[in-house]
Design a protein around this ligand. Sequence first.
Ligand SMILES: N[C@@H](CCSC[C@H](N)C(=O)O)C(=O)O
Length: 458
Amino acid sequence: MNYYNSIIDTIGNTPLVKLNKVTKGIRGTVLAKVEYFNPGNSVKDRIAVRMIDDAEAAGLIKPGGTIIEGTSGNTGMGLALAAIGKGYKCIFTMADKQSQEKIDILRAVGAEVVVCPTNVTPDDPRSYYSVAKRLAREIPNSLYPNQYDNLSNTAAHYATTGPEIWRDTDGRITHFAAGVGTGGTICGTSKFLKEQNPGLVSVGIDTYGSVFKKYKETGVFDEGEIYPYLTEGIGEDILPKNVDFSLIDHFVKVTDKDAAIMTRRLAREEGLFVGWSCGSATHGALEWAKEHLTETDVMIILLPDHGTRYLGKIYNDTWMKDHGFLESRQFATARDIVRSKNGKSSLTTISQNVTVSEAIKVLNQQGISQMPVTDTTGHIVGSLTDSTILSRLIDDSTVKDQAVETVMDKPFKFVGLDNTLDVLSSLIDRDNKALLVRDEQDHIHVITQADLLAAVTA
Ligand SMILES: N[C@@H](CCSC[C@H](N)C(=O)O)C(=O)O
């Protein structure tokens, strides 16, 4: 008889499928590693089993125990399947931005799900990371696998995903692209592949609102890069231990909208009914491929999960229209706004140490209403707006003699060049009066509400 002893034994050995339509105009061969063939319909089944096996071997959980994890859903599903076979209970904490389908699927396989707010910092006691840690402290005989920092995650991909790709490409793979969330998928797989072929290039896909790309390029953990985004399952506001930046050669950032549109194209043009971050991985990888792939190159893009999890979002036309993702109208982008300023770098900054009255003079001379505040090294540490100065002066006229740092607000957020006007306008509000964008020449520009108005009426 030909059968498996448990559903867990069916994990892995997922197929490589050639992308034929979305790759139009790209040189070389581009293959997708389709991870929804795993029993939990995602790549995360691989790490779930490995993290539990390693914890059991280390005596960290006993029969009848409870597995508690913070998850965007897929790792939860893998853990739930493994827990069923091994007789553990599961409690998962999830941010409220994750799709309802994921919550429903986890409950369907017997897990308890605690939904936590998305828009709080990781160390806030309400965050899905903090709640998972607290529950693990409170519940006896529980295991908190912590997929972010648990190196069994990277080890699972080193042991399975990497070797499968090497075997199935007959060692011909030259480029590996995958989304980066915990970092385990790209780092474990790339580590194995780079050991076989030191020239292999790995491309990590990040999302706007996440810290990875900037950190790779500058070594600085820039909180200004962090803002809420919609894409599920990739990007981070922390640096997980599984992200080994030396194993990721390049990062490409992809917007929520570009990711959503590419995901739908994968379903309709390639017959690959995949999840949202699969669109991020494909869009980002193909952007890279357009510039760098040659005829003989073989690029593998890892597609992490299945489309059923996003039926209420990116596969729903009403949801897509509500988010401005299915607009027939073409919105201007941050790049267009910067170009409309005729390439002039419009950035005026002020040191945090000068007085408020000197800062007012600069605002008046330049005819501007806001500017970034810098420290002595030129690093942006805050922002100053005429409305903040005015309200502070009304309360206390001696403020004019104080240093700018005493009245400054938090720094303006950085946004990507490809963000469209609709997205930019949703990011400018009472708390964020302007945005910053870095152009291809690394010049920083300020985008204000007035710039957005000018772009809408242009
Ligand atoms: N912060 C991310 C998720 C990070 S990776 C988690 C992993 N994919 C899982 O399935 O648990 C987000 O915003 O979704």
